[in-house]
Design a protein around this ligand. Structure first.
Ligand code: ADP
Length: 546
């Protein structure tokens, strides 16, 4: 017997319709590439998104076609999120930090018909436009006064002209909720990037999950500043969740340095933010240097790579900002786990709480997870056994765009699980701790040593700005941990002092064998440390043998 409730499809356009009706006056503030601050409301956004939907149709973009964006977090990008996806077009956000060859490859794989881009990327597009074979129109996301006088880009369109030329009367179409809404490619550290094709249903369910109290706890009283880019995994869902709850949205544009972010946090009364640890390092260096504190910030999600305990401690103890350590992947829309304490943890002392807060946290409702050994057999949730983390759920990938092979692993019951490539352990009460990316694990004499714990400890040293732990070849043990350290500006520390800092914190054989100092650790397009590059750089490093 079927239930007798309305089967209304979950569609992205409904978020905007809701925001316009219930939170029409709530502001969206954007720092533009042009340099100034732009303000308008959800009502204005809804109107311009409708114009965009009409404009796309006018450009010949139809249901299921892909349009690409190369853009920072800003209101025009949000208009495309809704104008494209809302009308059944697939919004393909490209990561402008990727190499131009990769961007061309990705746009071709996606068969993008239109490419929208911010002013920042005008030189990039001018240099590569001819290579984007499927792209029929290039649109510069600016007004007429910022259009180049003699652009080499054939038929370059001005975004504001496009919007002004289109009607604001548009009825959002109703279609199957499993229709594709947006496309994002993994950063592809090895091989070509792979496309993850989200649906309206997966995006909406992820959005509900995102806003739950033990996730981001977003509300109509919040002011949200996503530092995490709208060009990678939909800014962790923030551009959908803010209109869903009626939160004010503050978009930082291209200015992601400590001062610009801090100024925006303070001037706009930001209460909630989200970003990767490397961004917060820049922000905290700025606040520390100038003796500043946060007057409105209450909490922030930190994820994308492991958040060092020292960062959580500074945020919470010094600035009174609650850190929600989160974990996820492009293939997971991205949120999988968030670390919020349980009732039983409330009376623990700070050190015990910090230990829990440093884990990647608990699965959101909607995400099933398990850990397995090399034979695929499930490992116990005892907090110690570590194995590959597998996930399943309605906002987790089923198959990659344009690829025939099935990425899922079937269990005995025939259920498909997505292998994350992360190695983790889970406590009996469900707190998941990533010990490593499987390709970064250090295999020492048949035992696995996770790199993340060692980095975490090193980054607790007052003179260490950043640390990466990588495998270095060893004649007896195959591999041993080598710690690559960037010192804080003006601080001194020796190899021996760093190694001594580990004593008493971990078993002796888990202490790195050596420390090397470097000026910079290479970061990938999504702000993660590129340990593969470091492994190449230090491939010939000779570890001390005693
Ligand atoms: P990419 O496109 O590079 O795969 P993703 O943003 O999808 O980038 O990255 C997902 C990966 O990032 C995860 O599989 C995991 O290895 C790492 N990651 C994300 N969040 C965390 C975290 N809180 N702690 C440790 N690793 C994390």
């Amino acid at each position: 017997m079927l239930g007798q409730m309305m089967s209304q499809p979950l569609l992205i356009s409904s978020l905007l319709v809701h925001a316009e009706r219930h939170h029409g006056d709530r502001e969206i503030v954007s720092r533009r590439v042009e340099g100034d601050l732009h303000r308008y409301t959800y009502r204005d956004l809804a109107k311009r998104a409708r114009r965009m939907a009409n404009a796309l149709a006018g450009l010949g973009v139809g249901f299921g076609d892909r349009v690409g964006t190369l853009a920072w977090n800003g209101y025009r990008h949000v208009e495309l999120y809704y104008g494209a996806s809302g009308s059944g077009v697939v919004l393909h956000t490209l990561n402008p930090r990727l190499h131009p060859d990769q961007l061309v490859w990705i746009a071709d794989d996606a068969q993008d018909k239109v490419m929208f881009f911010d002013l920042t990327f005008l030189p990039l597009i001018e240099a590569t436009a001819q290579r984007f074979a499927s792209v029929q129109h290039f649109v510069l996301m600016a007004d007429r006064s910022h259009m180049p006088a003699d652009s080499k880009i054939p038929g370059l369109i001005c975004y504001e002209d496009l919007i002004e030329g289109a009607s604001d009367q548009y009825d959002w179409p109703v279609f199957d909720e499993n229709t594709a809404s947006s496309l994002c490619y993994t950063s592809g550290t090895t091989g070509n990037p792979k496309g993850v094709l989200y649906s309206h249903r997966s995006s909406l369910l992820h959005c509900y999950g995102c806003a739950l109290p033990d996730s981001t706890n977003l509300s109509a009283r919040d002011v949200v500043l996503p530092v995490v880019p709208m060009f990678h995994v939909n800014a962790w869902g923030m551009a959908y969740a803010a209109p869903m709850v009626g939160a004010k949205l503050v978009l930082p544009g291209p200015a992601l340095d400590g001062k610009s972010l801090y100024d925006l946090f303070e001037s706009e009364g930001v209460t909630f933010s989200a970003g990767v640890p490397t961004v917060w390092q820049g922000l905290m260096a700025y606040t520390e240097e100038h003796g500043l504190s946060f007057s409105t910030m209450k909490r922030t999600v930190i994820g994308g790579s492991a958040c060092p305990a020292a960062m959580i401690e500074t945020f919470e103890q010094k600035y009174g900002v609650t850190v929600l350590h989160g974990w996820g992947m492009t293939e997971m829309s991205p949120l999988g786990t968030v670390c919020a304490l349980k009732a039983s943890h409330e009376d623990l002392d700070w050190d015990a709480q910090l230990k829990i807060k440093s884990t990647q946290g608990r699965a959101l409702f909607g995400v099933d997870m398990k850990i397995v050994d090399e034979n695929g057999d499930e490992l116990p949730w005892d907090g110690e056994s570590a194995g590959e983390l597998m996930v399943r759920g309605p906002w987790i990938i089923d198959s990659y765009f344009n690829r025939k092979e099935d990425p899922l692993v079937r269990d005995k019951a025939g259920l498909g699980w997505f292998p994350t490539g992360d190695v983790s352990a889970i406590t009996p009460d469900g707190f998941m701790r990533i010990t490593d990316r499987s390709k970064d694990v250090i295999k020492s004499g048949g035992e696995w040593i996770g790199s993340i714990d060692r980095e975490n400890i090193a980054m607790g040293h007052p003179a260490v700005a950043m640390a990466a732990c990588i495998a270095a070849p060893h004649p007896k043990w195959d591999e041993r941990p080598l710690l690559v350290v960037v010192k804080k500006p003006g601080k001194e520390v020796t190899r021996e002092e760093v190694l001594a800092f580990f004593e008493g914190k971990v078993a002796k054989w888990w202490i790195p064998d050596d420390v090397v100092f470097t000026d910079e650790i290479p970061l990938g397009a999504t702000g993660k440390m590129q340990k593969n590059k470091l492994r190449e750089q230090f491939a010939d490093h000779v570890l001390p043998t005693v």
